[in-house]
Design a protein around this ligand. Structure first.
Ligand code: G6P
Length: 367
């Protein structure tokens, strides 16, 4: 049936507000409520015997895959290669049969992702797809599908499908870690606990809309914006920059915060706002010192952090948005929501066609 906007101005706004529910529904499918253990549906191959993973996708789904790589490496200690599907399909990577070919797609119809899948299959990989549309071409050509329970996503720019993909990839990383014995039962309990905490914490983020609107007012007047993040929040920066480009038509570039000194720092002045995703944790101080470098060049800092990191950043940044503090593992999931909200608020100020941006398609079935 047709999907309405439920009183929201745009599908993008409605779908942003669905993040908490979608994360919850997706986790519910993969976590046994009684044991609080990850329980994937039966796979036709043994995760314990998978020596490495190759991840591929396009657009936002690719950035979800990048976050998945950090988790798979860290939690499951498994080597991961990743590339956008339009590159992967022509790379001819040497792959030992029996590896994991991991595809991520909202629609399940993206032509490049499908072509990359076929290349991986030809090289003997087990094909596991993370899909929102479970009746799709990619689904039919996969050995197994893990569903993102995001419901129909109408807005061309993806929002809720992204956090649903992350929820699946988080559970997959836990399952691979348990299978390979790189994650203990207690370790699993802690990670699952922080995942189950997410829907509630995500719901609190919408209270931060006024501060996000202040950020949007700064960005709406800019021609270029630089997004920064480190570790699993580098892909969050990439997602933020992509979303801004897609819906507001403002040029944005995302950089790994530590790499800024090798180039983009030369661009920074009062006219180039710097948006950073900096939750507390291992990489916090490193990223703060990168922000100090940007500040010293006159950059206007608009910073997403958590309640634990907020105090340290208030003296430095022009605007600080602090989401609830959560485990380092789940922080990138929470950090994604406000950067997507920011892009939406900028689009409103610019008066663009938010749900149907020019030149973009929801599903790209041509090469
Ligand atoms: C298009 C959409 C993006 C999406 C990408 C990949 O470019 O506009 O929002 O991330 O395709 O789509 P998929 O359906 O494979 O996730």
């Amino acid at each position: 049936g047709s999907v309405g906007k439920d009183g929201y101005r745009h599908y993008m706004e409605k779908e942003l507000h669905e993040h908490p529910v979608v994360i919850g529904q997706t986790l519910q499918r993969l976590i046994d409520p009684a044991t609080r253990r990850v329980r994937l549906p039966g796979l036709p191959f043994d995760l314990a015997r998978v020596p490495r993973a190759v991840v591929t996708a396009c657009g936002s789904a690719f950035y979800a895959g990048m976050i998945g790589r950090y988790w798979l490496e860290r939690i499951a200690q498994i080597p991961v290669d990743i590339d956008v599907a339009s590159e992967m399909r022509y790379r001819d990577p040497p792959l030992t049969p029996g590896g994991l070919g991991l595809l991520i797609s909202q629609s399940g119809e993206t032509a490049d992702t499908l072509a990359a899948l076929r290349g991986m299959r030809a090289r003997g990989q087990h094909i596991l797809s993370v899909l929102n549309v479970e009746q799709s071409t990619i689904a039919r050509e996969s050995d197994a599908v893990l569903g993102t329970v995001a419901g129909p996503e109408i807005s061309v720019a993806s929002t809720k499908a992204f956090t649903a993909q992350l929820s699946v990839l988080a559970c997959l990383s836990i399952a691979v870690g348990r299978a390979r014995d790189t994650l203990s039962a207690e370790g699993e309990e802690a990670l699952v606990g922080s995942l189950l905490d997410l829907p509630g914490r995500a719901g609190e983020i919408f209270d931060l809309a006024p501060a996000i609107r202040e950020m949007a007012a700064v960005i709406a007047g800019a021609r270029d914006v630089l997004y920064l993040g480190r570790g699993a929040c580098f892909p969050v920066a990439l997602e933020g920059a992509l979303k801004l480009k897609e819906v507001s038509y403002i040029h944005a570039e995302a950089y790994a915060a530590g790499e800024m000194k090798h180039g983009p720092i030369s661009l920074i002045d009062r006219t180039v706002p710097v948006v950073a995703s900096v939750p507390s944790g291992r990489l916090f101080e490193k990223t703060v010192s990168n922000l100090q470098e940007a500040r010293a060049r006159g950059g206007r800092l608009l910073v997403f952090t958590d309640t634990r990191g907020a105090e340290r950043l208030r003296g430095l940044a022009e605007i600080v948005v602090a989401v609830p503090t959560v485990d380092e593992f789940t922080a990138p999931i929470l950090q994604t929501i406000p950067v997507q909200m920011l892009a939406y608020e900028v689009a409103l100020l610019k008066g663009t066609d938010v749900d149907q941006p020019r030149n973009l398609a929801k599903s790209v079935t041509v090469e």
